[in-house]
Design a protein around this ligand. Structure first.
Ligand SMILES: Cc1cc2nc3c(=O)[nH]c(=O)nc-3n(C[C@H](O)[C@H](O)[C@H](O)COP(=O)(O)O)c2cc1C
Length: 194
C-alpha cells in the first residue's frame, strides 16, 4: 500500500532529490509548531501502554478519523497493532501532571503510568481517561511506517467529552495555556474588538 502511494506520486512528477535538512534544523523548526497535548493509550489490564503525544490531529470526518505519530521505539506501537485499537485523550491544562508522567518524568514505565489518573473504557476496550477534555476511542485502520515513526490512523468509534476546561498546549519546549474566554471578555467590555 505504501509502495502504491509512492508509485502514484512519482508517476505524477519526477522526484528531484533535494537533500534533507539535518535533525537540529528540523527540531529548531518544529518547536515553533504549537500543539495540543494528548495521551495515546492502548492495551488492556497489565498490558496497558501509553505515552504523551503532540503529533495528533484530526484526519477526516468521513470516516471520522484521527492520526497520531508514534516513535517506533514506543511499546504502544506494538500494543496498538496487536489489539487493533487505541484512544487519544486530549488533555486539559489541569492534567499537566499526567502529561509529564506519560512522557516518562518520574520514571514510571509501562502499566505503572496508569496508576495516576482515572481510567475507564468505551467501545474498543482501550484505556480512556475519564476526565480528559475529550477522548476518542479508535479502531486501528492503518499503520504506516515513516522514518523513526509509525503513523497510526484510527477510525473513531466512540467519544466522550468534558464540558469545562482549558487545553494543555506545547510550544517551544514549554507547556502553555490558551487565554480563557472570560479573559478576552474583559477587553471586549472595555472597547477592544478583535
Ligand atoms: C509535550 C510532549 C509531546 C510529545 N509528543 C510525542 C509524539 O508526538 N510522538 C512520540 O512518539 N513521542 C512524543 N513525546 C515523547 C514521549 O511521550 C516519550 O518519549 C515517552 O517517554 C514514551 O513513552 P514509552 O517509552 O513508554 O513508549 C512527547 C513528549 C512530550 C513531553
Amino acid at each position: 500500500m505504501n509502495e502504491n502511494r509512492c508509485e502514484s506520486l512519482s508517476s505524477d512528477r519526477e522526484t528531484i532529490g533535494y537533500p534533507s535538512i539535518d535533525l537540529a534544523a528540523f527540531k529548531a523548526a518544529m518547536r515553533n509548531l504549537s500543539a495540543g497535548v494528548t495521551i495515546v493509550s492502548t492495551g488492556q489490564g497489565a498490558q496497558r501502554r501509553g505515552l504523551t503525544v503532540s503529533a495528533a490531529c484530526s484526519l477526516s470526518g468521513e470516516p471520522p478519523s484521527v492520526l497520531v505519530c508514534l516513535n517506533t521505539a514506543s511499546e504502544a506501537v506494538e500494543t496498538a497493532t496487536l489489539t487493533g485499537s487505541f484512544a487519544v485523550n486530549f488533555l486539559g491544562f489541569d492534567q499537566l501532571d499526567l502529561a509529564l508522567r506519560f512522557a516518562g518524568h518520574g520514571g514510571a514505565r509501562h502499566e505503572a503510568k496508569f496508576d495516576m489518573g482515572s481510567w475507564t473504557r468505551l467501545s474498543t476496550g482501550a484505556p480512556v481517561l475519564a476526565n480528559a477534555l475529550c477522548s476518542v476511542d479508535c479502531e486501528l485502520a492503518e499503520a504506516i511506517p515513516f522514518g523513526s515513526h509509525m503513523i497510526l490512523i484510527g477510525r473513531i468509534v466512540d467519544t466522550v467529552r468534558r464540558v469545562e476546561g482549558e487545553p494543555l498546549m506545547y510550544f517551544r519546549g514549554q507547556f502553555a495555556q490558551i487565554l480563557p474566554k472570560d479573559f478576552l471578555d474583559g477587553y471586549v467590555e472595555s472597547g477592544f474588538e478583535a
